[in-house]
Design a protein. Sequence first.
Length: 408
Amino acid sequence: MDVIIWEWLELGFRWLHVIAGIAWIGTSFYFMHLDASLKSSQNLPSEAGGETWQVHSGGFYHMVKFVVAPSQMPENLTWFKWEAYTTFLSGLVLLVIIYYLGAELYLIDNNVFELSAEVAITLSASSIVIAWFVYNLLCKSTLGQFEWALGLTGFALIAASMWGFTQIFSARGAFMQMGAIIGSIMIVNVWRIVIPNQKLVVEDLIAGRSPDPRLGAEAKLRSTHNNYLTLPVLFIMISNHYPLAYASEWNWVIFVLILIVGGIIRHYFNLKHGSEKNAWWCWVIALIGITVAAWLSSISPADSEKTVSAKVETTKVSLDSQVMDIVSTRCSMCHASQPLWEGLVAAPKGIVLDTEERVKAEAKQIYISSYLSNAMPPSNVSYMENSERKLIGLWFESIESTKQASLK
């Protein structure tokens, strides 16, 4: 019963995380669009920086932005913060439930680096905190006055961090760790910079003082960072369902490419909502990035120079029987009608591999998860060898060859 409760807790918090994330990211996208669409007008108050007209749900909206603040405090003011806070809190619960309580399965891979659960969790949690302080110091330094220099520095640090985490954590754990770091930076930007700065502006207005324009400029800079990081974070959120993304030998390079692709797609829409209408070049860069990422994911770790050569019988019957032995030994502890792995009440994703027919039915998924990538077994808990992964590759290719031959 405890296992069922934990499963539903995980599902519930995943649902909450997605709902809150949609609300938060939606407001981020909307306000970036709103800023880009503002136009100056002679009829605006002196404090206003621009206006725009919008139509939605049968109604017309007249939006005016004040560069610093209006001369008088409005009676009703809507704050956008709980969307971000709820996203963070639900994500934190998921981090603990899945990756910290399940560290041996999802965070640690002893084939990468031997760690105890306590050390792995400490490294994970402390690096999230350290990342925020490093980022915040960079933003407040002289470098923060030059947006492109700050952006390139931040990009280089993220890329280096991702590579470092792939040398410490499991492939899935490394992806999660970078998602947690980037997401936390985005949320703390809202919590410690954007909202406090806006509150100071409100306090100045109430007291009859002129607000400091630097407060709004700083909040705008952090909001812009958040905007460009949203699409890469969304990719990380769904990547655990696609092992070719996170469990490839070149996973850190794929991550860097996704960071570029997500940022450039976001840049396209930011430009499109403004004065630049022909930013088609953004999609060219995005397409090249995704193509390279897909190609890198096709390079199987089992075909690397470290692979142990094995003499195998390559006949159809021999491959079938050998792969069945591999699946029975390495996979059936979890992928069974009654899993033997502690904490599992049902086979992951409902995939049961207890008969030859069922194994063949899942041939493509087995090929992707254990040959093209090292996603399965997770953290290689059952010690699948490279020679066994190679056999799975040969087996799937023989199945595909047979299918192609039958179509001719």
